[in-house]
Design a protein around this ligand. Structure first.
Ligand SMILES: [Cu+2]
Length: 305
């Protein structure tokens, strides 16, 4: 069941599909990460112009690392994402290096752990394909290095999500920059139509919720396999699912995840989220979850009215 309208409510699939029989009582207490109020800060360092209308925000209690907003600025709150790698090749792994530069010009070296990591790095192509979620290594001098493996050439954007500690005070940001992946050009892929279900590695994810831009929208993801509820999801980065969404067109960034209790390898079948998406339109949602020791990534298109 799909719809092309902006604001349709995602419902369960028709009965001819495998039924998702769920025990709602097992649902973890929600979680949300999307927008908890942002204070756009346009502190552009000299020579580091912003590349879009991104946002920075102060973390809400307990939400460090979960930064709402569009994430399209290269600089905010006195910190600037400075790439040290100009472009990377398609079809092979290569190193991408960068620094977070402080107002005084020196690389930031102090960060605070968020979702079990010091920094979360995302790569996505302009057509919302080619998603990678990686965790760079920080060298003593403040240079981050990550191995990226973009399959296709084209225009991408890299996102860095972190809580920095300039002057010892936490500043949570999503900063991003365009990245060219060199190689034979491939055409942009059309965005798949919105759907309430998606599959990955034999798992079926069924999404319910009516996402509305600018307001707190509850949503759930129910995980089944061969028609049976899955109750053995394993923690990944401190949660039973890690959600990242990008807005079609400008690649605006949103990040959501379950914030409920995590009790060992017993996650599912229903995961609750609360999304606050900054703008209406279509989002490509990447859902990462771990089961049986393997990390899976499902993706689906969602509309926000
Ligand atoms: Cu991460």
């Amino acid at each position: 069941m799909t719809s092309h309208s902006w604001g349709f409510t995602l419902r369960r699939p028709p009965a001819r599909r495998p039924r998702a029989v769920l025990a709602a009582g097992l649902a973890a207490t929600a979680v949300l990460v999307a927008a908890c109020g942002s204070t756009a800060a346009a502190g552009h360092a000299p020579g580091a112009p912003a590349t879009g209308a991104g946002m920075a925000s102060q973390p809400m209690p307990g939400m460090a690392g979960d930064i709402p907003g569009q994430g399209l600025l290269a600089a905010a709150s006195g910190l600037t994402l400075r790439p040290l790698t100009g472009s990377v090749p398609a079809g092979q792994a290569s190193a991408y290096r960068f620094q977070i530069i402080q107002a005084g010009g020196s690389p930031l070296t102090r960060y605070q752990t968020g979702q079990t990591r010091l920094l979360h790095f995302y790569l996505v192509r302009d057509d919302l394909t080619g998603f990678e979620h990686l965790h760079p290594a920080l060298a003593a001098g403040g240079t981050w290095t990550v191995r990226v493996r973009p399959a296709e050439a084209g225009s991408y954007r890299v996102f860095t999500q972190f809580t920095g500690l300039p002057a010892g005070k936490p500043v949570s940001l999503v900063l991003s920059r365009p990245l060219t992946v060199a190689g034979p050009a491939t055409p942009q892929a059309p965005l798949p139509a919105p759907s309430p279900t998606t599959q990955a590695a034999g798992y079926t994810l069924t999404i319910t919720g009516h996402l509305q831009a600018g307001r707190d929208s509850p949503m759930t993801i129910t995980v089944t396999r061969h028609g049976h509820p899955v109750t053995s999801l394993q923690p990944y980065l401190g949660a039973y699912a890690h959600l990242t969404a990008f807005h079609q067109g400008d690649l605006g960034f949103a990040h959501l995840h379950p914030s409920g209790p995590v009790h060992g390898d017993h996650g599912g079948p229903v995961l609750h989220f609360r999304a606050v998406l900054p703008e209406s339109g279509r989002y490509r949602l990447f859902v990462q979850f771990q089961a049986g020791g393997t990390l899976h990534t499902a993706q689906v298109t969602l509309p926000a009215s």
